[in-house]
Design a protein around this ligand. Sequence first.
Ligand code: FAD
Length: 397
Amino acid sequence: QRTDVVVIGGGPGGATAAKYLRRFDPSLRVTLVEPAATYYTCFASNWVLGGMIGMDDIAQTYGALQDQHGVRVVQDRVVAIEADAKRVRLAGGESLPYEKLVVAPGMEFRYDTVEGYGPEVEGDIPHAWKAGEQTRILRDQLRAMEDGGVFVIVPPGNPYRCPPGPYERASLVAHYFKAEKPRSKVLILDRKEGFSKQGLFMDGWRKYYGDMIEWVPASGGGLVDHIDANTREVFTESGFTRHRADVLNVIPSQKAGRIAQEAGLTDDSGWCPVDQLTFRSRVDEDIYVIGDSSIAGAMPKSGHSANTQGKTAAAAIVREMSGEDMLALSTVNTCYSLVAPDYGISVAAVYRYQEGEISKVPGSGGLSPADAPDYVRRLEARYAQGWYDSITDDSWG
Ligand code: FAD
């Protein structure tokens, strides 16, 4: 079956691109390839771990894209991009030809960063950095843990999807412990020296959780060298300090999704260089890379970024197909985090393409104010829910 544009991946990047391609030009034939029938959002998956919501609340499906927006959705996995022939090959055997290809496969782990951690142990030691089954495993382990246990989080090195994510996770697991297992601890062994919204998180931690959460930076002995998956022991580099976890969450460092690497769309950094005006690959002029896999200047790897980049690539493709130049767009990203169910903090910025790359508009956005009254934190927690509802509706609705 002939198609004009094929989109690989039904996360916020790919789903938004498919929807907006059809919206900007209803005559386009757009095919979205995604192996899962249900996509579980990583965003709000920490809320599941904190016991605030259930798995169904983070489930997205592709019915609206298909029925309301006229996207052909193929439930399959792309196993090869045959760029010379301009077609993709699917695991099921079918080949799909394309005029333009949008690649949005998210990220893949660098399993060489923490020795002893690999796909073979994920069932026992979840990363829970791709939502769904992994979220369920981690939630169930936290529920089964005895009071007085230690939950160890090993966050990734930069850059990775959702910079504040590990610290929101620590917060909401502490929220759950405080209510159900108050003698338990959250220990964060970090390979970094600082993290997103650090001051705001730490203020919230002190206020809600006392000393329940301990964060150890790399220079303080937090840099994890290897783990023993059988005993759940974690060994850090400085003199090989040993920590024993009751529940262990290793989040390895990251690179572009596997299909992007196999297709040769990545550079030495492991991510995909693109023209940041259009998100067209630097490697192939008929391929666009968006979302986590792309190198998008100052934009962080987030669902909000992926959604915005989906629209940018859709506009660029439609304009190119009709012989029009691309316009420089302003885009935006907001990352909300919940420190507690009614205590939200955020970081926001407006971005603009300028002199060859996407940079932050000076003076735009910013962090939630320090020392804000409680009602401001309460309002931001409500905005976080509103953000979730609108970004999912915009991407899959
Ligand atoms: P993904 O969402 O990973 O989607 C990629 C899709 O491609 C997947 O569905 C996959 O099945 C599919 N795929 C992969 N390979 C193939 C193939 N070969 N063929 C076909 N399909 C393929 N972001 C925010 O903006 N706000 C938040 O509050 C937030 N919170 C987060 C909390 C956590 C705990 C985590 C882990 C992340 C959070 N994020 C948040 C980040 C956000 O989830 C990611 O940045 C976002 O999902 C990236 O979107 P994407 O479309 O690039 O990739």
